[in-house]
Design a protein around this ligand. Structure first.
Ligand SMILES: Nc1nc2c([nH]c(=O)n2[C@H]2C[C@H](O)[C@@H](COP(=O)(O)OP(=O)(O)OP(=O)(O)O)O2)c(=O)[nH]1
Length: 368
């Protein structure tokens, strides 16, 4: 093959549809043949998207061809899109979660081989996420996405306890008591006093070591650098329950603009933890996609989700017009990472959120 043709072949991006098939806590993996690209590794069922074929159609076809499972009528929820450069091949994975119904699982749970002779294995979610099954490098991001729970609680702003003699103590007592066991919690006070925010958040994490914490990049009105110096003090930085850092819509757009000039905002984003970002429109989702691509390229922990809000009207933002489910659903389609519904929702609305393209729901009052 002439060198130029070889170079073109290696830069051509292969579009792949990937199905994360599961029933309850059991996830289906295939095993790639030694001779295949990324051979001798486990994989989620999937394959190349053909010309003129959409990702979802390709997925239905590949799942049927490889496993015999007909997922035509199953709900598919898009998790995201990953561009990965393996050096010898570039792939763009379009990843969907496909939940089987009991009958489908019963029918296929004992199959040890797929229709193409490949080994199949149903594995426990915990073992999968713990990395017990070696997968291609691009799948690291998928495993991080799968950590997201169906519901995320958000703490009340400190001002909510403004009537108390010691609002921080009241905030702490309330959340210490009301957070559900092992809950994922976006812990923020929306308070201008950085030292108070730091102290109060640390206390909550000490009192409730079971919770998984999403920390604000900033809290109150101080600059990213100041809060990071305080919030990422040794004790907090190394706390095992920090699941992610959160960027507000404003911080995200600030990051995007700083890409082309001063880099202070870019530098203020922690490199060691996954991120969750707030978006309200197509522009900020495009910025979140850009940030997500950069994190993958730099092999940093990924953007594991975005809050897209407000889905419905809320008491906290009575003047903001809600998106409504249809417009929210249109926005979920633009995102290259899992979407979390926020605004006027309750944990019981998770099924509705999935039907409209999200993977989780979040909120304050209904989630505490
Ligand atoms: N099916 C699947 N492919 C994955 C995953 N992760 C990942 O990086 N890939 C990559 C490996 C391959 O380069 C590509 C999948 O393409 P494929 O399975 O249709 O293609 P292949 O090269 O193995 O097969 P072929 O050319 O012989 O048809 O995507 C995954 O979880 N599932």
């Amino acid at each position: 093959m002439p060198a130029s043709t070889k170079a073109n072949a290696s830069t051509k991006v292969v579009n792949v549809a990937v199905a994360v098939i599961y029933y309850k806590n059991c996830y289906l993996l295939g095993f790639r043949h030694a001779a295949q690209h990324q051979g001798n590794l486990y994989e989620f069922v999937g394959g190349k998207i053909e010309a003129q074929e959409g990702a979802e159609r390709a997925l239905i076809r590949e799942v049927a061809e490889e496993t015999g499972i007909n997922v035509d009528d199953n709900l598919m929820v898009k998790l995201g899109r990953i561009h990965h450069d393996y050096g010898d091949k570039q792939v763009s994975l379009q990843v969907y979660q496909v939940e089987l119904i009991a009958e489908q699982y019963e029918q296929h749970k004992l199959a040890e081989y797929g229709l193409e002779g490949q080994a199949l294995k149903w594995v426990d979610k915990r073992a999968l996420l713990a990395g017990e099954y070696p997968l291609p490098a691009a799948n690291r991001t998928i495993l991080q996405w799968l950590q997201l729970p169906p519901a995320i609680a958000i703490t009340y702003p400190l001002a909510h306890f403004g009537g108390h003699t010691d609002p921080a103590a009241a905030w702490l007592a309330y959340h210490q008591q009301h957070l559900l066991p092992s809950a994922w919690v976006y812990v923020r006070l929306k308070d201008a006093s950085v030292s108070r925010a730091d102290r109060t958040i640390t206390q909550l994490m000490q009192q409730r070591p079971d919770i998984q914490v999403i920390l604000p990049l900033t809290d109150g009105s101080l600059s990213s650098a100041e809060i990071r110096d305080t919030l990422t003090s040794q004790a907090l930085m190394t706390h095992p329950s920090i699941s992610a850092y959160h960027l507000t819509h404003t911080e995200l757009l600030h990051w995007q603009h700083s890409q082309y000039g001063q880099t202070a905002a870019a530098d203020s984003i922690p490199a060691g933890q996954p991120l969750i970002v707030s978006c309200h429109n197509a522009e900020s989702i495009a910025a979140a996609n850009q940030l997500a691509r950069m994190r993958i390229q730099q092999q940093l922990p990924p953007v594991i989700g975005i809050f897209v809000s407000p889905v419905l009207s809320t008491q906290t933002h009575p003047d903001t017009a809600p998106l409504g489910w249809q417009a929210w659903s249109a926005l979920t389609k633009l995102a290259d990472m899992p979407v979390i519904g926020l605004g006027g929702l309750s944990p019981s609305m998770i099924d509705k959120a999935k039907q409209y393209g999200g993977v989780s729901v979040a909120g304050i009052r209904q989630f505490l």
